[in-house]
Write a protein that binds this ligand. Structure first.
Ligand SMILES: [Fe+2]
Length: 372
């Protein structure tokens, strides 16, 4: 029977951190986890610390999270919180930062070796985590998933637990205003991939479909802004809500082959996560149309009259400039087909299907999308 479990309290809208300040207070001492840059320039850190000061909550700031932050750094942070009286955590930033906060919350509450976090069952509940995203894409603020970097940036591994949903998330689109355009575009396309991979997924249900389709529709309504790079506040709000809705959708279905295949592009060619997934998205939808034409049409219709409209949009916002060869594709097939998310793909998905998607998405410049 389909179930829907989403325990995170979502607060949204302009100035929501201050307007809903009681949802930011969960004890007398907290650790704020951020990266170096976005929490400060976005204004999110100042809003959060204002509320903490007004409510006499002691806080410590850990502002060293980067994309390269590895499991040993997060583990050490968790150990530190065990002895300094930290009662809860506030994560401010993009996906790496929010995931670091979620993982540190597990370590802070449990006496486990670093790699035992992958057991996904913990004796003690993690500390409460409050998320304040400064990007619109990751979905980490509404999921139970956590991606951690192991020994190098290309060696990442995720875990999940129902206990790892954030306790509360504040969505204020003002915090995304200072994002570089490239990051805004990459993260928006990542959010679109989350929603599409959830909707075209054999774990989908009526409940996950509702949020996935709304996320797709919201991003579809922002295509002009994403292409021009000119965003109204309403556009930014839509993208932020879509990103969290995309997270809510994949929280229930898991991801699909686009992320498994895109990961190879990131590892081998250093293509950013959102752009790597986006490069494969249209071809995945074209493949899915052979399994379920109506669902593929549902996705496509948010972007125009046929799949070539979506392709044109993606090429405009996140063009693939890297040279990809058939030898590259041969290297990636084995790794991506081995991903467990492949099981979420409706129909039988083979290595030849993978090759077909990679080839048409990345090499076949004459590919047209008018035949399905
Ligand atoms: Fe993603």
């Amino acid at each position: 029977m389909p179930k829907y479990f989403m325990p995170t309290t979502l607060l949204s809208g302009k100035n929501c951190v201050k307007r809903h300040s009681r949802h930011l207070i969960h004890g007398k001492k907290c650790m704020i986890i951020t990266g170096k840059h976005s929490a400060v320039v976005s204004g999110a850190l100042a809003d959060v610390t204002d509320v903490l000061k007004e409510n006499n909550v002691e806080y410590e700031l850990y502002d060293k999270i980067t994309r390269e932050s590895g499991i040993s750094e997060i583990y050490a942070l968790g150990q530190r919180m065990k002895t300094d009286g930290t009662e809860y955590i506030i994560g401010i930033g993009g996906g790496s930062t929010l995931d670091a906060a979620k993982a540190a919350a597990v370590y802070a509450a449990n006496d486990i070796e670093p790699m035992r976090i992958y057991d996904e069952v913990y004796k003690n509940k993690p500390l409460k985590v409050v998320c304040v995203p400064t990007t619109a894409g990751t979905g980490s603020d509404t999921t139970q998933y956590v991606m951690l970097t192991l020994d190098d940036i290309h060696n990442k591994r995720s875990f999940s637990s129902p206990d790892c949903f954030p306790y509360a998330t504040f969505l204020d689109s003002r915090y995304t205003r200072t994002l570089p355009l490239e990051v805004t575009r990459n993260t928006a396309i990542d959010a679109l991939c989350h929603a599409v991979e959830s909707y075209l997924n054999n774990q989908s249900s009526a409940f996950s479909d509702i949020v996935a389709l709304e996320a797709i529709r919201l991003i579809g309504s922002c295509t002009d802004a994403l292409v021009s790079g000119e965003f109204t506040e309403e556009d930014r709000e839509k993208l932020l809500v879509a990103a969290s809705a995309g997270g809510m959708a994949v929280a229930h279905t898991g991801l699909n082959v686009v992320h498994a295949m895109g990961h190879q592009l990131t590892c081998d060619k250093d293509i950013p996560h959102g752009r790597a997934n986006g490069a494969l998205l249209v071809e995945f939808i074209a493949w899915m149309a052979k399994q379920d034409i109506m669902r593929a049409v549902d996705v496509m219709s948010a972007f125009g009259s046929d799949l070539s409209s979506l392709k044109k949009f993606i090429n405009a916002v996140i063009p693939t400039t890297e040279e990809i060869t058939e030898d590259d594709i041969d290297k990636w097939l084995e790794k991506s087909i081995a991903s467990t998310v492949t099981e979420n793909c409706p129909g039988e998905f083979t290595k030849e299907d993978e090759r077909f998607i990679y080839y048409n998405a990345l090499i076949n410049k004459r590919r047209k999308y008018t035949e399905w």
